[in-house]
Design a protein around this ligand. Structure first.
Ligand code: KG4
Ligand code: ZN
Length: 335
């Protein structure tokens, strides 16, 4: 069954056509088109919401049309769309488009939570983990741990009390003059720096599986205040590596605790930051040490994509949890 999925939650316009087998198993990825807006927002050092929704408006039809790969809308078994959390103006573009297609072509509509999409991104390229499994969603908007008990059955174990890890990457990159998006740039520079050069703080929040990254960001601000400008390349690399070490220490330790606490046999790491090279290496070592299965999607399915929304749509469709035309996106939407 063919499912067209759309995600316009933030600054990427994405559409994907996926072919699912009714009995389940890995789907066939026919397309996963992502139109990035990074160039538009990079000169502002972050996303400008109004510019993001205007660009979605321009790109939604070309992106969907490319994703359809010549198939007719009438061939679709369902259309799935991200309903939040995200930027409301951006979400509205995707939702309005999906509702219009659903209404005009009489195609069932499913609304999918963006976080649910990231959690289910480990089922795009293969059969995925067995249940229950621990899922760390680590992106620009969220850093949360879930116990996934089954499709559509998620229990939150912990979340960030302030900044998301990706947000911290982007802010530190901006402080270092590296531009937006900062995550991939810090990833590259950190590989050449000394992770032990500066001892940045780790917020352990003992007894909880919550996270906090705003203190770490402030520690980087304070450290840089004492340095002369322009910063030397060696300093930038060491700050990047030491900052990254502080983030990864906490992410790995909390995953370890979550797996231990729940007794889950598998761990999944998803969201934009999951494409980080040092994080992947660290998680691999952790999984080996704990004898746990580890699932991290390919980079294209870690960052925002519509294929993950298609997986959520398929399971909502199967469970009969469809949306009606009064479906409205929400900027803040807990799972
Ligand atoms: O999942 P995503 O595309 O969007 C949200 O749902 O937020 O994640 C984007 C975030 C950004 O903060 C970006 O800097 C970060 O993921 N990111 C990375 C890397 N690639 C993207 N962070 C660290 N290392 C990377 N390689
Ligand atoms: Zn995302």
């Amino acid at each position: 069954m063919l499912i067209l999925a759309i995600d316009t939650s933030c600054d990427d316009t994405s559409a994907s056509l996926m072919d699912f087998k009714a009995e389940g198993g890995a789907p066939r990825i026919i397309s996963n088109v992502v139109s990035s807006q990074a160039e538009i927002h990079s000169k502002y050092g972050g996303i400008v919401p109004e510019l993001a929704s205007r660009r979605h408006n321009e790109m939604i039809w070309p992106v969907v049309s490319e994703a359809m790969c010549g198939a007719a809308l009438e061939e679709l078994a369902a259309i799935a769309v991200c309903v939040g959390p995200g930027l409301i103006g951006s979400l509205l573009v995707g939702c309005s488009f999906a509702k219009a297609v659903s209404y005009s072509k009489k195609i069932p509509l499913a609304g999918v939570n963006h976080l649910e999409g990231h959690i289910l991104s480990v089922f795009i390229e293969g059969a995925g983990p067995g249940f229950p499994y621990v899922s760390l969603v680590v992106s620009g908007g969220h850093t949360s741990l879930y116990l996934v008990e089954g499709f559509l059955r998620y229990r939150q174990l912990g979340k960030s009390r302030d900044d998301a890890a990706g947000e911290a990457y982007d802010k530190v990159a901006k402080l270092l003059g590296l531009g937006y998006p900062g995550g991939p740039r810090i990833d590259r520079l950190a590989a050449e720096g000394d992770p032990g050069a500066i001892r940045f703080p780790r917020a352990w929040l003992p007894g909880t599986l919550d996270f906090s990254f705003s203190g770490l960001k402030t520690a980087v601000v304070n450290f840089l205040k004492g340095q002369s400008r322009p910063y030397g390349q060696g300093l930038v690399r060491d700050v990047a590596a030491s900052f990254q070490a502080a983030v990864l220490d906490v992410l790995m330790r909390k995953c370890q605790w979550a797996v231990k606490k729940t007794g889950a046999g598998n761990l999944a790491v998803t969201g934009g930051v999951a494409s980080n090279n040092a994080l992947k290496n660290g998680m691999n070592e952790l999984a080996l040490k704990m004898d746990t299965g580890l699932f991290i999607p390919s980079p294209a399915f870690c960052t925002d994509n519509a294929a993950m929304i298609a997986v959520g749509g398929f399971h909502r469709f199967g469970a009969g949890r469809l949306a009606k035309l009064d479906l409205n996106p929400k900027a803040s939407l807990p799972l």
